[in-house]
Ligand binder design. Structure first.
Ligand code: UN1
Length: 504
C-alpha cells in the first residue's frame, strides 16, 4: 500500500485543487491515519478576513436579485460535481479525518442529498398570506435573504455540515464565508474547488459567493464579531458555542448553534436485542465515536443488562480496527493525541467513580507510532456520574441500569446536552411515551434505531447545551432568511387596526 500522504496529490488534482493552495503555508495538516504530513495551508491574516467579508457582502448584493429557482440551478450543478467527485472526495475525507471509506463516501452522499433538497426548496421558499382584520387590506409574509452567512465547521464532518448550510444559504440568496476546522482544511479546499467548477458552468455567479477562511480561533473570532456577517452557523463544542452565541447576540446578529451531544439509547425488556446490538454498535463505535450524534450512554433494564453487556463485549472484541482506507475496517483512528488523552482521562475518572472499563486502550502502536487507534470502550457504571454527564468526543459507551421506565426517561434527560436519543422497545406505550412531551427532551428522538446517521430531510439539531439550532431539512431554510410582514391597502379608506380612531 502506498504511503498515506502519497495518495493525496492525485485526488486533489482530479478535484481541481491547485497544489499551491496546500503547500508552502504555515498550517501543517497531518493525516490521523499515520501522522504523516499531508500539506501546509495558508492561514488568513486579520486584513484578509476583512477583505473576504467585504467581498462576500458585494457578492450578496448581486446574488439577492437572482431569482431563487435560478440560484437553485447553481446548487444543482454543485450536486452534479459532487456526484462525479464522490469517490475522490470520500477518500480525501478518510485521509484527513480518519473516517472509514464507507463513511467518507456517506458524507459526500449527504452533500449530494442536501443539494437535491435545496434545488427543490429553491421553488418553495413560501410565505403565508394572512386574513386582514381591515376591509380592502391584504397581509402576507415575504422572505428575504440575510446577507453574509458565516459557517464554522468541525473536523468530524469536514464538509457535509458546510454543505447543509451552504446549499440552503445559497438558494435563499445569501453569500457564504466558511471557516473549516483547522484540522481538516484540505477537504474544505476540495469542496471549494468543486463549487468553483459548478460556478464556472453556471456562468454568472458573483466571484465571492463562496469563500474560505483558514485559521484557528482568531479567524473564527474575527468572523463572529464582524458587523457584516448576518448569521453565524457554528458546529463544535459547547465551550466554543458559549463564546460564539453571546458574541453574536451582542451585535444582534443571528446564530445557529450545533454543539455537544451526550446521546443515550434506552433498551427496554421488550426490545429486539439483535436489532439493538447492531444499532448500538454502529452508533457507539462508528466514526470512532466522533459524531455529535454518537451513542455515549446506554440505559438498560436491569433484567437484560448482563446479557446485553456480554453481547456487546463480544461485538466490541470483534471490531476490525485499522487503516480506514482498507476494506473491512470499521474503526479508524482518533483525530489526534489530544483526543486520545481526553479519552484516557475520562476512563480514569469513570474508574474512580466506580466504573468497570472494558477496552479503551491504544492499539496498533507499532504499525502507526504517530497515530492514535484505540479499542472502543464499554464502561459499566454504577450511576450517572459527572463523567457520564460530560461529553468526551471518543468511543466510550457508559452502560447504566434502570428498574422503572420513568427512571430510564429521567436518566436520559438528566444531562446538560439534548441532541439525539433513541429507544429500542416493542411496547407501544413505552415507545410513544418516549416520543411524547413526557419523554426525550432531545431534538432527535428515534424508535428502534440508533442515535446517529440522521437523514438530511429532517431538521437536525438539539436542545439545552446543544444550542437550539436546526439545520438541513424540514423548514430549516428559514434560519437563512429574514421575514417581512406586509400589509397592502387596496381600498380608498384608511381604517386603523384595533378600531383606533385618529381623524385628522
Ligand atoms: C455531526 O456529527 O456533527 O446524524 C453531524 C448524523 C450525521 C451528521 C452528524 N448525519 O450522524
Amino acid at each position: 500500500m502506498p504511503k498515506v500522504n502519497e495518495l493525496l496529490s492525485p485526488l486533489m488534482q482530479r478535484m481541481g485543487v491547485a497544489s499551491s493552495t496546500y503547500t508552502g503555508g504555515t498550517l501543517v495538516v497531518c493525516s490521523p491515519i499515520d501522522g504523516s504530513e499531508l500539506g501546509r495551508v495558508h492561514i488568513h491574516e486579520q486584513e484578509e478576513v476583512t477583505k473576504t467579508i467585504d467581498a462576500a457582502q458585494q457578492a450578496f448584493m448581486t446574488w439577492r436579485h437572482i431569482p431563487a429557482p435560478r440560484r437553485g440551478e447553481l446548487i444543482r450543478l454543485l450536486g452534479e460535481e459532487l456526484r462525479l467527485a464522490k469517490s475522490d472526495l470520500g477518500q480525501l475525507i478518510s485521509l484527513e479525518a480518519g473516517k472509514v471509506l464507507s463513511e467518507g463516501l456517506g458524507e459526500v452522499q449527504e452533500m449530494i442529498d442536501v443539494c437535491d433538497f435545496a434545488v427543490g426548496l429553491s421553488r418553495q421558499l413560501y410565505g403565508l398570506t394572512i386574513a386582514s382584520e381591515r376591509p380592502g387590506h391584504r397581509m402576507m409574509e415575504t422572505w428575504h435573504p440575510l446577507g453574509v452567512v458565516g459557517v464554522i465547521s468541525a473536523f468530524n464532518f469536514p464538509t457535509a455540515v458546510w454543505s447543509w448550510n451552504f446549499a440552503l444559504a445559497i438558494v435563499c440568496g445569501n453569500s457564504v464565508v466558511w471557516k473549516p476546522s483547522e484540522k481538516t482544511p484540505l477537504t474544505a479546499l476540495a469542496s471549494q474547488a468543486l463549487f468553483e467548477r459548478a460556478a464556472k458552468r453556471f456562468g454568472d455567479a458573483p466571484a465571492a459567493l463562496s469563500q474560505l477562511l483558514v485559521g484557528a480561533r482568531e479567524v473564527g473570532e474575527a468572523l463572529v464579531n464582524h458587523p457584516k456577517v448576518a448569521l453565524i452557523s457554528a458546529t463544535g463544542s459547547t465551550r466554543m458555542g458559549r463564546e460564539v452565541g453571546p458574541n453574536v447576540a451582542r451585535r444582534f446578529a443571528r446564530s445557529l448553534l450545533e454543539l455537544g451531544g451526550n446521546n443515550a439509547v434506552i433498551i427496554t425488556p421488550s426490545a429486539d436485542l439483535d436489532l439493538a446490538v447492531r444499532g448500538i454498535l454502529f452508533a457507539a463505535v462508528g466514526t470512532a465515536g466522533q459524531r455529535c450524534t454518537s451513542t455515549r450512554r446506554l440505559i438498560v433494564h436491569s433484567s437484560i443488562k448482563t446479557s446485553l453487556l456480554e453481547r456487546l463485549k463480544k461485538g466490541y472484541q470483534a471490531l476490525p480496527i485499522g487503516n480506514p482506507l482498507t476494506a473491512g475496517t470499521l474503526v479508524g483512528p482518533l483525530i489526534d493525541r489530544a483526543s486520545f488523552q481526553s479519552m484516557q482521562q475520562a476512563l480514569a475518572n469513570a474508574r474512580a467513580e466506580g466504573g468497570e472499563v472494558f477496552g479503551g486502550e491504544r492499539v496498533l502502536q507499532e504499525q502507526f507510532p504517530h497515530a492514535y487507534f484505540v479499542k472502543p470502550a464499554l464502561v459499566d457504571m454504577p450511576a450517572q456520574t459527572d463523567t457520564v454527564r460530560h461529553e468526551t468526543f471518543a468511543p466510550i459507551l457508559y452502560v447504566l441500569g434502570y428498574d422503572h421506565f420513568d427512571d430510564a426517561l429521567a436518566i436520559q434527560n438528566d444531562v446538560p446536552q439534548g441532541l439525539s436519543s433513541a429507544i429500542f422497545s416493542n411496547d407501544l406505550r413505552e415507545a410513544e411515551t418516549f416520543l411524547s412531551v413526557a419523554g426525550s427532551d432531545c431534538g432527535i428522538a428515534n424508535v428502534n434505531l440508533g442515535t446517529s446517521g440522521a437523514e438530511i430531510g429532517g431538521a437536525f439539531g438539539g436542545e439545552k447545551e446543544t444550542g437550539g439550532g436546526r439545520e438541513s431539512g424540514s423548514d430549516s431554510w428559514r434560519a437563512y432568511m429574514r421575514r417581512a410582514t406586509n400589509t397592502i391597502n387596496y381600498s380608498k379608506e384608511l381604517p386603523l387596526a384595533q378600531g383606533v380612531r385618529f381623524d385628522v
